[in-house]
Design a binder for this molecule. Structure first.
Ligand code: NAD
Ligand code: IPM
Ligand code: MN
Length: 350
């Protein structure tokens, strides 16, 4: 029997609620396909911080490293600053474990309404750079609290960093429609983003079958709304990828359906799988969060663990429940609870 040891960080808010349902779905798949998931629940997050003064224990990174993958809910609490939660757990994890590929599929499922009048068929992948760019923790403050207070926030673009994420996007495009759209803002950000553009042109030379298109991020935002069906693989910097994937989530119906994988392709470190959404404090504890984004993130985890049949089984179950329209959570216009959706998915698998 195949076994996978998974670290589970439910985290804050709706994180643990949606993760619980995704784990039930994985276990249903495991039962069918004789896969054993050893879920190692780690109680890290805002409550842990309030109790211990740290968001994760001292040996936390070593503990995580011993797993085949990390399954993550969300982090962030209204009563704990994001500089504690996000900056001591989520963002360092992406960097420490060199999870430089942030893969975020944008897919309009049958049975889901897009807010667009004529969305067409939406099916593209966003490859977001995940370890540097605008998120590099480089900068500082001068004269804090004084009239002259000054904040410096420096973006970091390296040739290696641009090359490896753009190359990952081209590799993905080779298995799809062979079109990569690279998104920058090199008309305004003339150092980092022109380096990105140069590297994109160089990488494209290694993939003569793939068409490279280039868009400025403002125009890309327009086209995500105006003609989302024309994209195949999109590659963008850390910040642009973040913003554009909330936009693609909404264009494909809801952030409650948007999945993501934070991948270390070399497998030197565990990769991490989490929904695109956050801890949603406005609906936390109400039992109404859509768990499908977490469930589809679990499918990406199974892809990474080379359990492709299991991953497809999960995606088929999601497709079935969505097209059936009998169990519809509030974000998609219905009144089903988180657990109702989990039950429907487990039934679809069983
Ligand atoms: P959010 O994604 O948590 O919520 C935005 C909106 O989407 C809210 O109205 C929320 O109710 C809704 N929503 C999100 N997920 C949903 C789901 N599964 N089903 C139905 N509705 C859903 O973004 P925010 O409010 O800007 O952030 C809240 C906290 O989460 C902040 O502390 C932020 O830093 C953090 N955050 C964490 C992650 C992460 O851990 N990966 C990601 C994004 C935001
Ligand atoms: C995401 C989140 C994070 C990001 C936040 C919490 C720092 O919005 O995973 O999309 O911007 O990467
Ligand atoms: Mn985001």
């Amino acid at each position: 029997m195949a076994k996978h040891r998974i670290a589970v960080i439910g985290g804050d808010g709706i994180g643990p609620e949606v993760i619980a349902e995704a784990i039930r779905v994985c276990d249903a798949v495991g039962k069918k396909l004789s896969i054993q998931f050893d879920w190692n629940y780690l109680p890290w997050g805002s409550d842990f911080y309030k109790q211990t003064g740290a968001i994760l224990p001292k040996d936390g990174w070593d503990v995580l490293r011993q797993h085949d993958a990390i399954f993550f809910g969300a982090i962030g609490s209204p009563d704990v600053p994001d500089t504690v939660t996000v900056h001591h757990l989520l963002l360092p994890m992406r960097r420490k474990f060199d999870q430089y590929v942030n893969l975020r599929p944008a897919y309009l499922f049958d049975g889901v309404d897009s807010p667009l009048k004529n969305p067409g068929k939406i099916d593209f992948l966003v490859y977001r750079e995940n370890t540097e760019g605008e998120y590099a923790p480089v900068g500082g403050k001068l004269y804090e609290g004084m009239a002259a207070e000054t904040a410096l926030q420096t973006a970091v673009f390296t040739r290696r960093g641009c090359d490896r994420i753009i190359r990952a996007a081209f590799e993905a495009a080779m298995k799809r429609k062979k079109v990569v759209t690279s998104i920058t803002k090199s008309n305004a950000l003339v150092y980092g983003m022109t380096l990105w553009d140069e590297v994109a042109l160089a990488v494209a030379k290694d993939y003569p079958e793939v068409t490279l298109k280039s868009l400025l991020v403002d125009a890309a935002a327009m086209d995500f709304v105006r003609k989302p069906s024309t994209f195949d693989v999109v590659v963008a910097s850390n910040l642009f990828g973040d913003i554009l994937t909330d936009l693609s989530a909404m264009v494909t119906g809801s952030v409650g359906l948007a999945s993501s994988a934070n991948i270390n392709p070399e497998r030197t470190y565990p990769s991490m799988f989490e929904p695109v959404h956050g801890s949603a404090p406005d609906i936390a504890g109400k039992g109404i969060a859509n768990p499908m984004a977490a469930v589809l993130s679990a499918a990406l985890m199974l892809d990474h663990l080379q359990e492709t049949t299991g991953a497809e089984m999960i995606r088929s179950a999601v497709k079935l429940v969505l097209s059936d329209k009998k169990v519809v959570p509030p974000d998609l216009g219905g009144s089903a609870t988180t657990i109702d959706v989990g039950n429907a998915l487990v039934a679809a698998i069983g």
